[in-house]
Design a protein around this ligand. Sequence first.
Ligand code: FMN
Length: 240
Amino acid sequence: MKYLIINGSPRKQNTYNVIKQIKTNLDGEFEEINLIKENIPICNGCYRCFNECEDNCPHFDKINPIIEKLQECDGIIVGCPVYAMNVTGLLKNFFDHTAYFYHRPRFFTKKALVVVTTAGAGHKKVAKYIDETLRHWGVNKVYRLSFACGGKDSFDDGKINKIAQRFGDDMELHSPKFEDVMFYNVWKAMALSKDPIKADNEYWVEKGLVNHDFAPEVRLNIIKKTFAKIMFFILKMVIK
Ligand SMILES: Cc1cc2nc3c(=O)[nH]c(=O)nc-3n(C[C@H](O)[C@H](O)[C@H](O)COP(=O)(O)O)c2cc1C
């Protein structure tokens, strides 16, 4: 197993201590991206990733090596402290550079573990936000570990070990949430609309995603399959 760690903290302290404990539970190779060291300029909202192609992002040389590592890994670990009741600017800036994944999802067979620490508040909300972002990327299953540490930098190892082992042992492809099935069909309907964003249309057609109710690798039960078909039908009408 190959794990990619993305550290959204400018420090290697509280959140990083949790990640270190997680690593003791996992077998495999680890690669680490400390976003502070990547010096990724702020997303300037040029829309090139959406409308042209992600290769035309002015910060492609900074972003692409991380995307390649995401493609290569089996598991993603995203760590972030709470800053002003949200993610750090470092992580948000990275997420902004990957916003085109919402339109063109991928990573359907990957799982992720989200780690959030805070002094007192916001950890659950922030962990939920990162979880949702990763599922918009297409990630199959997201585990969460979040802690309010109140100034300490030691954590409940029992809780960390339990979730880390579940994450490490998880080899199955999980059934998606209804929300994920809906978003897949939103973007599929957009990509197939009369006047689609060219890059989206090409991606959905080239990858063959247009022929499926959800990511081809992931099985849907009959209820979710029916839901997907109805959603797509309605969305196609609405978008038309
Ligand atoms: C700029 C900044 C903003 C913060 N905002 C919050 C906050 O809104 N709520 C909170 O409870 N803790 C807040 N904290 C505390 C951190 O979330 C907490 O200490 C975290 O564990 C630090 O993680 P790290 O050691 O991995 O950087 C903030 C810390 C900093 C530096």
